[in-house]
Design a protein around this ligand. Sequence first.
Ligand SMILES: CC(C)(COP(=O)(O)OP(=O)(O)OC[C@H]1O[C@@H](n2cnc3c(N)ncnc32)[C@H](O)[C@@H]1OP(=O)(O)O)[C@@H](O)C(=O)NCCC(=O)NCCS
Length: 427
Amino acid sequence: MEALKGIRVLDMTHVQAGPTCSQLLAWMGADVIKLESPAGDATRGQLRDVPNADSLYFTMLNCNKRSITVNMKSPEGKAVFVELLKKSDILMENFGPGVLDRFGFSWEKVHQINPRVILGSIKGFGSSGPYADFKAYENVAQAMGGAMSTTGVPEGPPYVTGAQIGDTGTGLHLAIGLLAALEHRHRTGQGQYVEVAMMDGVMNLCRVKWRDHQRLSRQELAEYSVPTRGLAATPRAGNDSGGGQLGNAVKCKPGGPNDYLYVVVQEAVWHGLAQRVGPDIGHPQLAVDPRFAHIGDRRKNQNEMWRLLDQFGSNYSKRELMSILNDLDVPCGPIMSTEDLARDEHVRGREMYVELDHPQRGKWHNVGMPIKLSASPASIKRSPLLGEHTDEILKEVLGWSDEEIAAKKHAGAFSTTPSQTSDVGAR
Ligand SMILES: CC(C)(COP(=O)(O)OP(=O)(O)OC[C@H]1O[C@@H](n2cnc3c(N)ncnc32)[C@H](O)[C@@H]1OP(=O)(O)O)[C@@H](O)C(=O)NCCC(=O)NCCS
């Protein structure tokens, strides 16, 4: 049985940060009703790869949901929203600051309409403080939450990470908050307001950088491969491990952009690793070389250690090197391209890259459900077309007749002058 069966989510989220959260809730069995403007979530038309079909940007973030269009700028649309709100357990939104209030539905109003409902909100910077009025996208959050200043190399510019820590990371935080609020409601009968700011979420995901920020006031950071003496802020440190063990990406054959193996030289494995590596690179005494004898020595001379490991690694492909090092119990992993992952047996076996069908685009793939519940496994279904379930939802959730639906349609509850979604405003 699906874990969240019976929980209804009225999902007004758009773009990525919100939809990634509601998709997880849907995969856990919640009935997620995606309430869209008559023009639809802008991502339906962004970065299109198939003419007139919902983009992958949309389809990959909105699976297992039902779609209804409601014009929140018309009195009739607002009335439909109120009826749906009364029948929902969770309302979710990630509009720009003030949008929900401008619709006339502040948290106070929402709570008054349905005291049991939980309102989940994502904002760039939350509802308080000097930044509260600003909009945000993924990389804005990465910039302001400390991720960019600590990613890259000291002599280069700051970099964003490929992982969507600002959007999807915030969606994960919100999902946790909503589940906690459901449990609280279970005990008290009361809904509550759950807010996650993208900047806060990124700061949370950069926690070890804050560890190092505070250590800097007392000492150099001996494990860093870059100089840290006298710094006031945590620096960019390339591919350093960020933990107590030394780590880095080791070059492999044939030297392509992703021909690297990430290797963690755990303290316990150094001796065995050095015995294996030394003879291969013409340094049979490596295991007893005093420059690398103890972890303190290896920290001090790590750039030379990595140079020797690069020399060793360059004789092997990343898969061959992985196999050699796994035999020595060295924690390591090849740098996987998306192509590597799409073909990977382990990934397929764990249903982490699943094939789906779609009436507009045919076969496509989505990344699977990363949370595996033994009694409630996720079954992934395609994303909805715009307004695909409008009538179904009005009948099933609100109990409306065909005549009532037709009257509301005529009154403009579900439409405006048709406007096209387009690539304008793509992130
Ligand atoms: C992402 C973001 C920058 C996009 O900005 P935007 O495209 O200007 O969208 P907004 O959310 O500010 O506004 C949405 C508009 O659609 C309108 N709209 C949304 N749903 C509607 C509906 N069902 N009916 C009628 N109008 C609707 C809103 O009224 C608003 O128009 P308004 O400004 O005239 O009031 C902004 O939503 C934001 O900062 N969100 C919070 C942070 C976030 O989640 N960012 C990550 C996105 S991945």
